[in-house]
Design a protein around this ligand. Structure first.
Ligand code: ANZ
Ligand code: ZN
Length: 821
């Protein structure tokens, strides 16, 4: 064949790869193991441009490590529970599994066409009963340790999807999925106690530094939000038929206790109702109605007018006995700290804004050298020394914090504490297409875990269409046959829990299942997992920073405590690919700027699209499809492929006899490519590969010729490096060079260090046009370096004999002319 045809290649190679099983993990201990994983896809329709980018990157790493001689685990599966399937089923009067598995088949075919070097024998789907059986099993292990529990509390509620959401699924006050503003609803829900792992989730990030993008670590750190401070008790004076009451606040600034001028409780906290006097009761109730409609983000925004209601009570400052009016306000959140604060308007801007609105006093207690906040309207938060603070006067902020804590601790009115922003993970969902929570509710025995040997608790197969539409309670509640069971404990009539698990539970452990996907004795074979994991290279989007990535870290730590894994962190190295944009904007239906992956593949071929994705930018940066040139990529691929047509030396020809200049380029390319790949500079590898193709073509067309074994060596290197990015073209090229059976079974070429030694060129140094010296320099020497070398030459110094230099003309690397003054 001497026409480059991507369709012919795409028709040929997938069957060869499958037959050879070249992408299967060997798993016999003969080679060192490496685990490369892309975040598994959700089966909504066919693959899109984002998948094409991320999976191309993961595949570069997997293919490279395989060529380097590692036993590579590069599996694929589907995160196949979730709402879209359910919504589609309601619309089409179908079962969610129909839509789900049809889409999975479509995506699987596309992945195969896209030549992802996956080990298909390990494929899994989280909606398969033999997967979710183990999701349920894990839930029960968490439950036994007190890490899964039910409680009644106000939760995030999406009024459109009619289901609860985890804090992590509320984005700017709206449902992560549908964008509807989230409201609060009091419900009895299941939680995972992720807060118990807050410190370990923070501390173990040290291990990830340098291997995970710093912004992901920062987002997690922020989300966990560890604050050191103190709990301080305030007595609320009795009033108007209401008794005295102790209320604790959380403060990070106990040094400012003398600056507290009022006291605020969250308007929506029960505490506000406990405190309010009868005459203020109606005002509070009205206010609470208004607060209900606000998101936490709105409530904490600094540019909203402050609102609140005086509760008719006074709190006593434990440090100086002052009486502080007690208010209810929305800017204090019910579920952070204790839901109550001491307000220090001089040093906290929100308190200051509130004080201004309601004409409350402002008293600075830390002199920072800035203008008095009461005058400037700007709270001061810097360093300084304490004033107006009795025995704390003169201390720095830090000293003041320590001393204030000592004082309240000694008086028994407070203590040092650590507070977290992180909340427990709300995992129950009132929807159908998820893993049922394996708990039975019995009037006699309470919550009873489904015995392990009765797992999986399967989803009923006859619920379809309208029966799945959201009602605010789980559709499973309507399946009487399914709900009504005998209590496993006492045998009396009991009912199943009708909620299903958040799909993030499914994805928190799938990477473990891949080590032994058919294991039937547990969620995974402990030995296999400890051999393969942690995942050496994980690839996926930054949108999972505080969701999937945090949850998976939590799961891994619990599994470590259960003795099931021997590591603390699931993903040793993380690569966040950028987004694929079109015209500088994310692709979206509303903008009409979507690019269809299938059409691109039909038009340019798989290899050209893969190459374009990787060549466009460094992996972490966005790719703007409006700026790339798949046809340029296709031309380069054809050019590389044609080299194979011109190599006439036999397989095994000794390159030692070949053209030394070309050999140098080849070996430098291989050496640099390895280093660049180790540092994820995939786009630069392609640029270097293009140079090698050019050098090889030049050698063939100039005197060296296609019979020179150095040309074969160069072309073989092209095929091998190209196989990371454009596997079809690389296979064809490899075959044209007379190799069998697949470039995927080749090895990364060895580098001959001697060929890396750079040749030098001679630079002539003149003074006033007369040759005074000759220097041996690198061919790529910079002008500055050459100039410096020339001026330092002994001959030149002698010739100048103290005269100063007027100009230096530099033509690197060959000539320098120095003109004295
Ligand atoms: C007095 C004070 C003085 C405060 C000062 C700050 C500065 P982080 O760092 O985010 O943990 N706070 C406590 N509970 C709150 C709640 N439920 N809603 C809103 N604000 C709350 O913030 C801790 C600080 O935020 C606490 O320290 C408290 O105000 C406020 F110059 O106490 B501080
Ligand atoms: Zn019972």
């Amino acid at each position: 064949p001497n026409e480059y045809s991507f369709s012919a290649m795409e028709a040929k190679w997938p069957a060869v790869w499958e037959e050879l099983g070249v992408f299967k993990a060997v798993d016999d201990g003969s080679k060192e193991r490496r685990y490369v994983l892309d975040m598994f896809p959700y089966p909504s329709g066919d693959l899109h441009m984002g998948h094409a980018e991320a999976f191309a990157m993961g595949d570069v790493v997997a293919r490279y490590l395989r060529l380097k001689g590692y036993d590579v685990l590069h599996p694929i599966g589907w995160d196949s529970f979730g709402l879209p399937a359910e919504n589609a089923a309601i619309k089409r009067n179908a079962h969610p599994s129909e839509w789900t598995y049809a889409n999975i088949e479509t995506q699987a075919a596309s992945f195969k066409r896209y030549a992802i070097s996956a080990d298909w024998s390990r494929r899994l789907h989280t909606s398969d009963a033999d997967y979710y059986r183990w999701t349920q099993w894990l839930f029960l292990r968490f439950y036994e340790r007190g890490l899964a529990y039910r409680k009644n509390s106000p939760v995030n509620w999406c009024p459109k999807d009619l289901t609860v959401l985890a804090n992590e699924q509320v984005v700017n006050g709206a449902c992560e999925r549908c964008g509807t503003p989230v409201t609060k609803k009091s419900l009895n829900q299941w939680y995972f106690k992720i807060t118990e792992y807050a410190d370990r989730l923070l501390d173990d990030m040290d291990e990830l530094k340098g291997h995970w993008p710093e912004r992901v670590l920062a987002m997690q750190r922020n989300w966990i939000g560890r604050s050191e401070g103190a709990h301080v008790n305030f007595k609320i004076e009795p009033a108007d038929g209401r008794d005295a009451k102790d209320v604790t606040v959380f403060t990070t600034r106990p040094d400012t206790l003398h600056g507290a001028t009022f006291f605020v409780v969250a308007a929506d906290a029960h505490l506000a109702l406990d405190l309010v006097t009868p005459e203020q009761h109606d005002a509070l109730m009205d206010y609470r109605e208004k607060v209900k409609a606000l998101s936490d983000i709105e409530r904490q925004s600094t540019d909203r007018e402050k609102t609140g209601v005086f509760l008719g009570r006074y709190a006593i400052n434990p440090l100086n006995g002052e009486k502080l009016p007690v208010w209810a306000a929305d800017y204090v959140l019910a579920d952070y700290g204790t839901g109550a604060i001491m307000a220090v308007p001089a040093h906290d801007q929100r308190d200051l804004d509130f004080a201004k609105t309601f004409d409350l006093p402002v008293r600075a207690v830390l002199d920072t050298g800035e203008e008095d906040p009461a005058v400037s309207g700007t709270a001061t938060t810097g360093e300084g020394s304490l004033i107006n603070s009795g025995e704390l006067n003169g201390l720095s902020k830090e000293e003041g914090i320590a001393k204030a804590i000592d004082i309240v601790e000694a008086a028994g009115t407070g203590e040092k504490t650590v507070n977290y922003r992180l909340r427990d993970w709300l995992l129950s969902r009132q929807r159908f297409w998820g893993a049922p929570i394996p708990i039975i509710h019995c009037a006699e025995c309470g919550e009873v875990p489904v015995p392990d040997n009765q797992l999986p608790v399967r989803l009923p197969e006859d619920l379809r269409g309208e029966a799945l539409s959201p009602k605010g309670t789980s559709p499973l509640a309507a399946a009487a046959d399914w709900v009504n069971v005998d209590c496993p404990n006492c045998g009396r009539a009991a009912t199943r829990d009708t909620d299903t698990m958040d799909t993030f539970v499914d994805s928190s452990w799938y990477y473990l299942r891949f080590a032994s996907p058919d294991y039937t004795e547990g969620p995974f074979d402990v030995e296999a997992v400890n051999k393969w994991l942690p995942v050496g290279q994980y690839v996926g989007g930054v949108e999972h920073a505080i969701l999937h990535l945090l949850y998976s870290r939590f799961f891994t730590k619990v599994l470590k405590d259960l003795g099931l894994v021997d590591f603390d962190e699931p993903f040793s190295s993380l690569l966040n690919q950028g987004q694929v944009l079109n015209g500088g904007k994310a692709m979206s239906k509303s903008l009409g700027n979507g690019v269809d992956l299938g059409e691109q593949l039909d038009k340019f071929g798989v290899d050209a699209i893969r190459l374009t994705m990787i060549f466009a930018s460094p992996p972490e940066d966005d790719v703007d499809w409006a700026d790339v040139s798949p046809s340029g990529s296709a031309k380069f691929l054809a050019r590389a492929w044609r080299l194979g047509q011109d190599v006439t030396s036999p397989v095994g020809a000794d390159p030692a006899d070949g053209d030394r200049a070309l050999r140098s380029v080849t070996h430098r390319t291989i050496a640099d490519a390895a280093e660049l790949l180790d540092n994820h500079k995939f786009n630069v590898v392609i640029a270097r590969l293009m140079e090698l193709v050019n050098a090889t073509r030049k050698a063939i067309d100039s005197g060296v010729g296609g019979a020179d074994p150095a040309v074969r060596e160069a072309t073989e290197a092209v095929a091998i490096v190209l196989s990371l990015f454009a596997p079809y073209t690389a296979e064809d090229l490899w075959a044209a060079l007379g190799h069998e059976p697949s470039v995927a079974a080749a090895s990364w070429p060895a580098v001959d260090e001697q060929l890396l030694v750079q040749a030098t060129v001679t630079a002539v140094v003149q003074v006033q046009g007369k040759v005074r010296d000759r220097l041996e320099v690198a061919p790529d020497i910079s002008e500055e370096e050459l100039k410096a070398k020339a001026l330092a030459s002994e001959q030149v110094v002698k010739t100048l004999d103290g005269r100063s230099v007027r100009t230096v003309i530099v033509r690197a690397p060959k000539l320098v002319n120095i003109v004295p003054a």
